[in-house]
Design a protein around this ligand. Structure first.
Ligand code: UDP
Ligand code: MG
Length: 324
């Protein structure tokens, strides 16, 4: 095996794209120009995640003149995590790089990332620097998001670390071996471990269009992260149940004492109503939390594929296997 310092590895660059017709041509052009001088053999896998605009047509047009481009069309919109998984499973390179289609990931980070790999890191990941122009509410929300997903999880998911990362083949194989249907990549990266090197970067503004992840999307992802990587919510329920049992034991003792000492027969209508409502509230909440887990178990046991490919164009690295 070649030393990393001397080798020029092959690379698969995976770009998930959902309705990115406006920015895709620019992004792919810059990416090709960035990768060509750095790597000997490259493939640029664009995963069209069920776009309703001209995304696929643009990739096809560029692919006609650039043989490195591979178009992978999913049969519908499966979400970014599934699109990344699809790209990862199609990739044949020694290294794998995830890049967003909207041009937010600065291409000049690729060279330092490659250097990090040459210096021995198996994963080099970009960490978003907090931008001054982000509102305080936005920053607060991001912080809450990471607090939620890290709640009770034994592995810490670093804040600001996203999908913009360069990974060695062995990391890719480890990620591919994870069989989950509920795919939360940020958690997977942390879970598989390997020697990882964070690199700060300033995300560029989205070149066109707007983000696909609103408050609802972020919340859903945070729930998946929390439920998939920790059982803390279940443990919290046990603790609440235990405390309630203690409290009712104490209260029961008080009622008995009251009965014998003061001889009061049937007071406490308010107490009964409040206690009943409180307890049924706690019970419903508990059932809800359990249901979240059961729902996810149901998703997993169905064993449906994470994504479906409807079409593939371009050979990529698989076509011409050559020396590394
Ligand atoms: N994306 C995708 N499928 C989706 C939503 C988004 O493949 O269902 C892609 C999108 O085209 C982009 C990347 O995921 O390349 C990041 O999306 P976006 O820019 O909307 O997210 P943000 O940068 O705001 O986190
Ligand atoms: Mg973006």
């Amino acid at each position: 095996m070649l030393q990393r310092t001397e080798s020029t590895p092959s690379i698969s660059c995976v770009v998930p794209a959902y309705n990115e017709a406006a920015s895709l041509a620019d992004t792919l052009g810059t990416m090709l120009a960035t990768l060509r001088p750095l790597f000997r053999r490259i493939e640029l896998i664009v995963v069209d995640d069920g776009s309703k605009d001209d995304t696929a047509a643009i990739v096809e047009r560029l692919g006609a003149t650039n043989p490195e481009i591979v178009l992978l069309r999913l049969s519908r919109n499966f979400g970014k995590e599934a699109a990344l998984t699809a790209g990862m499973e199609a990739a044949a390179g020694d290294l794998l790089l995830f890049v967003d289609a909207d041009g937010q990931h600065p291409p000049d980070m690729v060279a330092p990332m490659l250097q990090g790999w040459r210096d021995g890191a198996d994963v080099v990941y970009g960490v978003r620097r907090v931008r001054e122009d982000q509102s305080r509410l936005h920053r607060r929300m991001i912080k809450t998001f990471y607090r939620l997903i890290n709640w009770g999880s034994p592995i810490e998911i670093p804040a600001g670390a996203g999908d913009f990362r360069l990974m060695d083949r062995k990391v890719v194989e480890a990620l591919k071996a994870l069989p989950e249907r509920n795919r939360f990549m940020k958690g997977f990266y942390a879970w598989v471990g390997f020697k990882s090197l964070p690199l700060d970067y300033e995300p560029l503004p989205r070149s066109q269009g707007r983000t696909h992840f609103g408050i609802k999307g972020a919340f859903r992802l945070a729930m998946t992260g929390m439920l998939a990587f920790s059982t803390a919510p279940l443990r919290a329920l046990s603790v609440v149940g235990f405390l309630l049992a203690l409290a009712s034991l104490a209260y029961g003792a008080w009622v008995i004492f009251e009965y014998f000492y003061y001889g009061i027969a049937a007071p406490g209508f308010a107490t009964i109503v409040v206690a009943m409502m409180f307890l049924s509230g706690i019970q419903l909440l508990s059932v809800g939390v359990l249901a979240e887990y059961v729902g996810r178990i149901y998703d997993e046991v169905k064993r449906r594929p994470v994504y479906l490919v409807s079409e593939r164009q371009g050979q990529g690295l698989a076509a011409a296997p050559g020396p590394v």
